[in-house]
Ligand binder design. Sequence first.
Ligand code: HEC
Ligand code: HEC
Length: 477
Amino acid sequence: MVLYFPKAIEMRKIWLVLFTGVLLYACSSVKDLPPTVTNTGWKAKSIPASPQQNDGDPEAGFDYISNGDYIGSGIPYEVFEKRALKGKMADGVLDRPGINEKLPYTFTAFKGEGGVEVVNGNCFTCHAAEIDGKTVLGLGNSFSDFRISFKTLAKAMDLGMKVRFGKKSEEWAAYKDFRDYFRASAPYIKTNQPGANPAAVLAEACVMHRNPEDLTYSEKPNYTIPDYAIATDVPPLWHLKKKNALYYTAVGRGDFTKLLFQASVLGIADTTAARNAITNFKDVIAWIKTIEPPAYPYDIDRQYLTKGAILYEKNCSECHGSYGLHSDYPNKVVSLDAIKTDPLYASYAMRAPIVEWYNESWFATSEPTSYFEPEAGYIAPPLDGIWATAPYLHNGSVPTLEDLLNSYQRPTYWKRSGKTEDYDREKVGWNYTTEKNGKGKWNYDTTLPGYSNAGHYYGDHLTADERKAVIEYLKTL
Ligand code: HEC
Ligand code: HEC
C-alpha cells in the first residue's frame, strides 16, 4: 500500500499532464492553421505589371489620405472635442485645416452618415513612424501593439456610445457601420507579438461580414477564419512605385486603387461609398508614388562603397534589383522552399477564404478590376531606404541588417527599448538586448508560429569585412 500510493499519484500526474495536453491542443487556436507549404516545385518568378490609372493628382491625394472619409464611419467628434479644443491631442505632424488640426496625425475627422462629424484612424496609424526622432510619412509603424483585448474595447465603446447618445440618435447611425465591423473583427486581431500588425486579418474579418456584390453588412459570416492572428511588419509606402503586385506575398494584383481597401472595409457602408473612396485613391496612389525614402542621416564609411556595390551586384541584385546607372527591379517572388523564411503567412494566403470572396466580389467584377493571386513565396522587396525599415523580413523577426546578413547571429528572443532614437548605426537597425524568453513589453519571440527568424541565408558566406561593405552600400539606397 505504502509503495503503491505514490505510484498512483504518479499515474494521476501523468494522466493529468496528458489530459491537459490534449485539452490545450484541442482549445489552441493554432490548430486551425494550415499545414505549411514545403514543396512548391519552383524557385522564383517575376510578377508582370498590370494596367494602372496613372493620371492621379498627388496634391489632392495627400489631402485625401490626411483628411478624407475613406473609413466611412467612426466615433462622433463630440467625444474628443473637449480634449482636442484644449490642445491636448495635436502633434503638428500634418498641417491640416479645420478640426483635424487639433487631432493627432493618426486620426482623421470627417463627415459620416447624416453629416455627423466622426473620427477614426487613418492610413498613417500604420503607415507613418518615427525614426531618429522624426516622423516619416510612409514608413511602416513597427511600434504598434495589438496584444490588447479588442473584444473588451468594442464592448466598452458600445456602452459609452449607448449611454452618451442612445441607439436612436444620428450619432449612433454615423457610428454603426464602424461598430459592426469592429465588433466582427475584434476577436481575430489580437496578436501575440509587439509591433506585429494584423491588417491582413482585419480586412479578412471585416469582409467576412460583407456581401460580395454590394459590400453591405451581413450578420451571417461568409466564411470562418482561424482565431490566431497572423500578423506582419508594415512595408514602407515608397516601394509602391516599383511594384507590380502588392503585399509581401504579391497576392494583390490588378488595379491598385481597388487594393487599398484594407482600411476602408472597417467602416464604409457599401459600394457607393467604396466607389467614392477608390476614385480618390487614384490621387492617393499618385501621392504615394512621390514619397522618397529618408536619406541615411549618419556617417557612411565611404572607403567600403565600391567593394559593397560589387558584392551587392553579385549576391543580391538578381532578386532585389540594381541601383545606379542601370537600375531595375525584377518584382521577383521567391518560393517558400528557396527563401526558407517563416512559411506561415504565405501558406495561409494560399488557402485564405478571402481570396475566393475577393475574386467574386465587386473588387474583381467591376471596372477597374483587381484580384488576388496568392503565391507560395515572398516578394524580394526593393531595398530603397532599407536602413530605416528595421526590423527585417515580412514578420519583422530580425532586428538589424547585420543579423539579417549573418543568420548565426540572429537572436531567438530580443528586446527593443521602444524608443525610436535607440538606433544601432553599426549593425543598422534597432538596438536590442538578447533575452531568455518572450515575456515583456518589447520582447520579440521568434519561437511562436509565424514569427520564426529562419531563412534568407544569402549573407552567411560573406566575411565580416564583406558584410560591412554590403551594409555601408545598403545605407546609400
Ligand atoms: C491597421 C494598419 C494599416 C492601415 C490602417 C493601413 N495599412 Fe496599408 N498595410 C498594412 C500592412 C500590415 C501591410 C502589409 C500587408 C502585406 O503586405 O501582406 C500593408 C500594405 C499596404 C500596401 C502594400 C505595400 C507593398 O509594398 O506591397 C499599400 C500600398 C498600403 N498598405 C497602403 C495603405 C493605405 C493607402 C491605407 C489607408 C487607406 C492603408 N494602407 C491603411 C497596414 C495598414
Ligand atoms: C534568391 C533571392 C534573394 C537573394 C539572392 C537575396 N535576397 Fe534578400 N530577400 C529575398 C526575399 C524573397 C526577401 C523577403 C523574405 C521575407 O520577408 O520572408 C528578402 C528580404 C531581404 C531583406 C529584408 C527586407 C525588409 O524590408 O524586411 C533585406 C534587407 C535583404 N533581403 C537584403 C539582401 C541582401 C543584402 C542580399 C545579398 C547579400 C540579398 N538580400 C539576397 C530574396 C533574396
